[in-house]
Design a protein around this ligand. Structure first.
Ligand code: FAD
Ligand code: EUG
Length: 534
């Protein structure tokens, strides 16, 4: 053993389970040869504690920007930035050799759901977007795109604007810095008719956990020209198992662009709009959860209702006029309802939320909504709680009451929006907290933990979640004695026998790591008894 090797100590690294410092260093040495030393960064405890945590445009990749447990709970051992599909495949093979888990991200801006950080501490973050960030193809005639993981909404929009494709629109979520591929893979949502992002994808290229590369749909037929035109191809349709999963690393994704759009409204509460403009302290001296009367006053002050529908009509003017007549005459029967058009509202001295939403509804990416994160403190953090509901007033009200009760109990103002989908509502609850205050973190975490069980008891489940709750949510999707989780585990063990790809994602643990204490249990039993222990 050389002196250099002897001096390698476990404590110097953020080691994954079953890997000692020596073999971790050997793995990194081999992986460095694949990507080049400038594209591999080892995270050390010292490196982890800079004064600044980073921010939206300077995102930490080794930990969650909005950590709700400790800053180093979901901590990566290294960050690797591959430059090609071949790099990815080579890294995956080495990960198998050394049992080093990989956590792929595209842009890593999964804020509210764990950011860029891995579920299993010591995993290596595979930054798929850092170098693989090209728009590979735009098909004007069919309105499709083929993208690498690093293409953000901003960059896709810019590309279309600057390369003669202005007639093609995109659907952006509220923040434009995310990845078109990453958001679709986590089944994120936007606000135009193409807002259901995963269903608008068409064709994938995937590196499997053994390093093999496949193309889905028509992509498995060599020389085909329909990869981005027909979603299914031939035989079983596997694309779904690569979303919110740990079954493969997506290296290319096809996506449908919008030649001629329709309408997808959101229904937002007063405070989310108020918070876009200013912090709570500017509206109220109260340190408590705001009362109904106080929220009424804020609504009056900023000129909105308690619930506000933001939507757009698309298409030729005569059709829009006709559609508007139908909508107007229906919605105006709601007592107290009123409406405004962005064009009729003064933009000076300050743009209104209406103008901001107008951009989003036109597919112009932006970051206005970062504003509401600071509702109760500067550099505020978000925990997303996102249960699915039928599109009925009764369900929306029941969910609103359910959340308000817990938010009141834990001292949070309700901030939320209902995003209308094809056949359901995504109820997006935005719990803003102060990550620098351990008590705020604890309350935030416990509040959502209880709400997951509250929701399950009423028959509601979340469409997506923060890493801290992945096991809990898997445990409430438990029909027929957890048969879904067992199905996922069967797939996991077949595809990833060494358990190297994103262990724990969506509550799916590989055999090697299952039941060894890495699952996160509820911090204590839920107060009125959890409906659904596994
Ligand atoms: P990434 O972080 O790159 O990916 C997300 C996850 O997908 C990863 O953790 C990983 O599990 C998986 N993944 C990514 N790439 C790959 C790959 N190549 N192979 C395999 N798996 C992969 N979200 C919405 O959907 N709609 C909104 O309107 C919205 N508004 C928001 C507003 C605010 C103020 C905030 C703070 C957040 C909001 N979010 C919203 C949540 C989040 O910011 C976005 O969903 C964001 O797009 C996710 O980050 P990303 O696109 O960089 O994805
Ligand atoms: C939003 C936020 C989300 C999401 C979908 C939409 C929009 C908030 C925090 O996660 O999943 C206004």
């Amino acid at each position: 053993m050389s002196p250099a090797q002897e001096s390698i100590k476990d404590a110097d690294f953020i080691l994954p389970p079953d890997v000692d410092a020596k073999s971790f260093v050997a793995a990194m040495d081999e992986m460095r040869k694949v990507v080049g030393s400038e594209n591999l960064e080892i995270i050390t405890a010292a490196k982890m504690m800079p004064d600044s945590d980073g921010h939206y445009f300077n995102l930490p990749r080794e930990h969650d920007l909005f950590y709700c447990l400790e800053k180093d709970t979901f901590l990566a051992s290294a960050v690797i930035v591959p430059g090609s599909v071949e790099d990815v495949s080579a890294i995956v093979k080495l990960a198998n050799k050394y049992l080093v888990p990989l956590w792929p991200i595209s842009r890593g801006r999964n804020l509210g759901y764990g950011g860029a950080a891995p579920r299993l501490r010591g995993s290596v973050v595979l930054d798929m977007g850092g170098r693989m960030n090209k728009v590979l193809n735009i098909d004007d005639e069919h309105a499709t795109a083929l993208l690498e993981p690093g293409v953000s909404y901003f960059s896709l929009y810019g590309y279309l604007q600057n390369n003669g494709h202005k007639h093609l629109w995109i659907d952006s979520p509220d923040l434009g810095g995310g990845s078109v591929v990453g958001n679709a893979l986590d089944r994120g949502a936007g606000y135009t008719p193409y807002g259901e992002h995963f269903s608008m994808h068409c064709g994938m290229e995937v590196v499997l956990p053994n390093g093999e590369i496949i193309r889905t749909g028509m992509g498995s037929l060599p020389e085909n020209n329909t990869w981005q035109l027909f979603q299914y191809g031939y035989g079983p349709y596997p694309d779904g198992i690569f979303s919110q999963s740990n079954f493969g690393i997506v290296t290319k994704l096809g996506i449908w662009l919008m030649p001629d759009p329709g309408n997808a409204p959101t229904i937002r509460n007063t405070l989310i709009d108020a918070a876009v403009y200013a912090q709570k302290a500017e509206y109220s001296l109260s340190k408590e959860v705001l009362t109904e009367t106080e929220v009424d006053e804020i609504a009056k002050k900023i000129g909105v209702g308690r619930w506000n529908i933001y939507g757009a009509l698309y298409g030729p003017e005569p059709m829009r006029k006709l559609q508007w007549e139908v909508i107007r005459s229906t919605l105006m029967t709601v007592p107290g309802a009123s409406f405004q058009f962005a064009a009729d509202v003064e933009k000076e001295p300050k743009a209104k939320v209406l103008h901001m939403r107008e951009e989003t509804l036109k597919g112009i990416p932006n970051t206005y909504e970062l504003g509401w994160l600071d509702w109760t403190c500067k550099n505020g953090s978000l925990l997303g709680f996102s249960p699915i509901s039928p599109v009925t007033g009764a369900d929306a009200s029941r969910q609103y009451e359910m959340v308000k009760r817990r938010f009141h109990e834990f001292g949070f103002d309700y901030i939320g929006t209902f995003v209308v989908g094809w056949r359901e509502l995504h109820h997006i609850v935005c719990l803003t907290f102060d990550k620098t205050d351990p008590d705020s973190r604890r309350r935030a975490h416990r509040c959502i933990e209880l709400l997951i069980d509250d929701a399950a008891k009423l028959g509601y489940g979340e469409y997506r979640t923060h890493t801290a709750f992945m096991d809990q949510i898997a445990s409430v999707y438990n029909w027929n004695n957890n048969s879904t989780l067992r199905f996922n585990e069967t797939l996991k063990d077949a595809l990833d026998p060494n358990g190297i790809l994103a262990p724990g994602k969506s509550g799916i643990w590989p055999k090697r790591l299952r039941n060894r204490g890495f699952e996160i249990q509820r911090s204590s039993p839920t107060s009125d008894g959890a409906s659904s222990k596994p």
